[in-house]
Write a protein that binds this ligand. Structure first.
Ligand code: PBG
Length: 324
């Protein structure tokens, strides 16, 4: 045998499916997935989102039936986004105890009490200008906005939300929400902070889906997509503020950030495979360029490999129906 002959042969453990399964390092199950849904008030029939094939805005009046189907399919957790017909400058419908956000949480919990119902805690779906907070002097006013986030979080918790997910990227949002929740007796309600959330073009289809007509952009509050260290600082700062789960968003283009956050924290980490990532896979599959099921499996597995514990994905329902 020549000395150059390989002693190490990776193919030994790749020979059969059973061997491959034995040494597989990560796996994804329905237990790990959170399904984001869009709920619109004043709508009669589900409205397809053209840029997200297979995704519909669910009419509020059909929410209970839809949530029952979702739970019956095996989904364990939902993230709720409201499509509001009652927008104003501050997004006040979002902290009205009878507003869309509170109503959809109550309906979802009534329909399937065992589902983990997570409330996206932000204002952009409820503001007339589409920004994630109160505008003052042409800018989103940080400290007024976090006060309103606290109010909204308490209304969500009172409506039955199992988890609060602040996504407005205001400084101090986790502390403000933690104090507000604790002050109202919700000290056991966890916070999943959108902490490494980038000012990303991959949110394009979401803005259409959520009926969010944004004036301008979110660069003054979301992280610059070219900054990794800064995102890490913000995630660690959210941990210090008391966040229970840290999120990295978008997912696939930010696996490096996910892996770095994983090395720096012991908290659970969530990866959000956003609307643009979903659209890319769906449209490429429709064009016959890729095998959708395999690409979905591979992309979710990549989040696990990079260090995510939870995954938010619009593919959750397809997976629940078809299996992995
Ligand atoms: C609200 C919010 C957004 C998304 C989730 N929560 C939009 C944004 O920040 O512009 C995007 C989700 C997606 O694209 O799937 N702040």
């Amino acid at each position: 045998m020549s000395p150059a002959f390989p002693l190490t042969r990776f193919r030994r453990l790749r020979a059969t499916q059973a061997l491959r399964d034995l040494v597989q390092e990560t796996s994804v199950t329905l237990n790990d997935l959170i399904y984001p849904i869009f709920v619109e008030e004043g709508l009669d029939d589900p409205a397809p989102v053209d840029s997200m094939p297979g995704i519909f805005r669910i009419p509020e009046r059909k929410l209970a039936a839809t949530v029952k189907e979702i739970a019956a399919a095996g989904i364990r957790a939902l993230m709720l986004f409201g499509v509001s017909h009652h927008k104003d400058a501050d997004g006040s419908d979002s902290w009205n105890p009878n507003g869309l956000m509170a109503r959809m949480i109550r309906r979802a919990k009534d329909a399937a009490p065992g589902l983990v119902v997570i409330s996206d805690t932000c204002f952009c779906e409820y503001t007339s200008h589409g920004h994630c907070g109160v505008i003052a002097h042409g800018d989103v006013h940080n400290d007024h906005t976090i006060e309103n986030l606290g109010r909204q979080a308490v209304v969500a918790a009172k409506a039955g939300a199992d988890m609060i997910a602040p996504s407005s990227m205001m400084d101090g949002q986790v502390t403000a929400i933690r104090r507000a929740l604790d002050g109202d007796g919700f000290e056991t309600t966890p916070i999943m902070a959108y902490s490494s959330k980038f000012a990303s073009a991959f949110y394009g289809p979401f803005r259409a889906a959520a009926g969010c007509d944004l004036e301008g952009d979110r660069k003054a509050y979301q992280v610059n997509p070219l900054n990794g260290r800064e995102a890490l600082r913000e995630s660690l700062s959210d941990e210090a503020e008391g966040a229970d789960i840290l999120m990295v968003k978008p997912g696939m283009p930010y696996l490096d950030v996910l892996a770095r956050v994983r090395q720096q924290t012991l908290l659970p980490i969530a990866a959000y495979q956003v609307s643009g990532e979903y659209a890319m896979i769906k449209f490429a599959a429709q064009a016959g360029a890729i095998d959708e099921a395999r690409v979905v499996r591979e992309s979710l597995g990549a989040f696990k490999r990079a260090g995510a514990d939870l995954i938010l994905t619009y593919f959750a329902m397809d997976i629940a129906r078809q299996g992995f």
